[in-house]
Design a protein around this ligand. Structure first.
Ligand SMILES: NC(=O)C1=CN([C@@H]2O[C@H](COP(=O)(O)OP(=O)(O)OC[C@H]3O[C@@H](n4cnc5c(N)ncnc54)[C@H](O)[C@@H]3O)[C@@H](O)[C@H]2O)C=CC1
Ligand SMILES: N[C@@H](CCC(=O)N[C@@H](CSC=O)C(=O)NCC(=O)O)C(=O)O
Ligand SMILES: [Zn+2]
Ligand SMILES: [Zn+2]
Length: 412
């Protein structure tokens, strides 16, 4: 039966209150309005950021809401004026929009987009500042402009990446957040976009979850000579070797501050460090373990409301650089489809070569070819598969440190 223009009643995991178990509810999903797209979500993964907002520590967290932002699905219907996708298209909803028109998009300096952020930050759609989700007339807030813990969701058209229909949605759903955030994918992602790790660099990765391991993998591909993985959970260490980590440190094994331990081990500090946890004390350690004069530290983790970073300004005066990254610097609508192509090994070498200067093509060509044609790891980050009704157990696994990504089949 055609559902276009109709309210769809479907199942969704609703977060009624912070920290209270998600409840599988029958929700009503209104048809998309102008500039909106309704998507049938087939697979969604859980990211630590969902747990963060659910915990009540996100200043933008509103309840009741439908969490979820790492997913893939099929367009069910589109609102007026939507031209770039149509029903039946395979898509990845992107929490980071790309309108291609706002000053952010046009700047060439950032992947952040300003078009719908004001609405997605308060759980509504831009057109009328209302939610498309309700339960018996009670509105339920959207989350990150995606709300993928629902069998159907409505998103802004600037937040939809159309992908090759051949791609397995149960795998490429991971390209909606965590993996690209850290991964290089032919000189893209946090390691390349944000920090530009060079051959021979010493890299420290704090936090060996999906995001940290993707950073490690990217650093390895960039030619890092040492990749030091730091985690307080030693069961993370074995798996991390497969993602390129060469040395492990558990801060709990040391009396000295972890930054001092790393400085001592590296003749003055690392060239690059990445904080992939969301802990402001660790962010400080990650900056302070960087080498004087040039060390760069990238904040990837998301810290709780009220938390602030600090260090002695002398750390920066003496040449260390403190940066951050959102979605690894990727432009969502234009680059997520390329990541999918790369996963499918179909992307054209030519388009990537266009991104390189002549000198770089000449000097980096052999390395580039190696990187470009190497297989894209995505499946390796999926440690568990589950279903929507089992979502609370999936989050338990995350909190116990049992998993990397758990992918939920939304219709089982
Ligand atoms: N900036 C961005 O665009 C994105 C940021 N994130 C953020 O990145 C962070 C990591 O996300 P996931 O990998 O999904 O999380 P995760 O929970 O899978 O991994 C975090 C790791 O940090 C370790 N850890 C916790 N406290 C630690 C400490 N004090 N010292 C050392 N290790 C510690 C844990 O044992 C775990 O292995 C989260 O804060 C998440 O919100 C996630 C996606 C995108
Ligand atoms: N609402 C949060 C913001 C958290 C945050 O920084 N999110 C990251 C993505 S985390 C994905 O898993 C991000 O890209 N931020 C940029 C943005 O525009 O939100 C808070 O206020 O703490
Ligand atoms: Zn995420
Ligand atoms: Zn924009």
């Amino acid at each position: 039966m055609a559902t276009q223009g109709q309210v769809i009643t479907c199942k969704a995991a609703v977060a009624w209150e912070p920290n209270k178990p998600l409840v599988i509810e029958e929700v009503q999903v209104a048809p998309p309005q102008a500039g909106e797209v309704r998507i049938k979500i087939l697979f969604t993964a859980l990211c630590h950021t969902d747990a963060y907002t659910w915990s009540g520590k996100d200043p933008e967290g509103l309840f009741p809401c439908i969490l979820g932002h790492e997913a893939a699905g099929i367009v069910e219907s589109v609102g007026e004026g939507v031209t770039e996708v149509q029903p039946g298209d395979h898509v990845i909803p992107c929490y980071q929009a790309e309108c291609k028109e706002c000053k952010f998009c046009k700047s060439g300096k950032t992947n952040l987009c300003g078009k719908v952020r004001v609405a997605t930050g308060v759980g509504v759609m831009l057109t009328d500042r209302k939610s498309r989700f309700s339960i018996n007339g009670k509105p339920i807030y959207h989350f990150m402009g995606t709300s993928t813990f629902s069998q159907y969701t409505v998103v802004h058209d600037v937040s939809v990446a159309k992908i090759d229909p051949v791609a397995p949605l149960e795998k490429v759903c991971l390209l909606g957040c965590g993996v690209p955030t850290g991964k290089h994918f032919s000189r893209l992602g946090a390691v390349w976009n944000t920090a530009k790790v060079e051959q021979g660099s010493i890299v420290a990765v704090f936090g060996l979850g999906t995001v940290g391991l993707a950073v490690a993998e990217g650093a390895k591909a960039a030619g890092a000579s040492r990749i030091i993985g730091i985690d307080i959970d030693t069961k993370k260490f074995d798996r991390a070797k497969d993602f390129g980590v060469t040395e492990f440190i558990n801060p709990k094994d040391h009396e000295k501050p972890i930054q001092q331990v790393i400085v001592d081990l590296t003749d003055g500090g690392v060239d690059y460090s990445f904080e992939c946890i969301g802990n402001v004390d660790v962010m400080r350690a990650a900056l302070e373990c960087c080498h004087k004069g040039w060390g760069t530290s990238v904040i990837v983790g998301v810290a709780a409301s009220g938390q602030e970073i600090s260090t002695r300004p002398f750390q920066l005066v003496t040449g260390r650089v403190w940066k951050g990254t959102a979605f690894g610097g990727f432009k969502s609508r234009s680059q997520v489809p390329l990541l999918v192509d790369k996963y499918l090994k179909k992307v054209s070498a030519f388009s990537a070569l266009l991104n390189l200067s002549d000198n770089l093509i000449y000097s980096a060509f052999p390395t580039f070819c190696l990187l470009f044609f190497q297989e894209i790891k995505v499946d390796e980050y999926i440690t568990h598969n589950s279903t929507l009704p089992e979502i609370n157990k999936a989050f338990d696994m995350m909190h116990e440190g049992m998993c990397l990504r758990v992918v939920l089949d939304m219709f089982v």
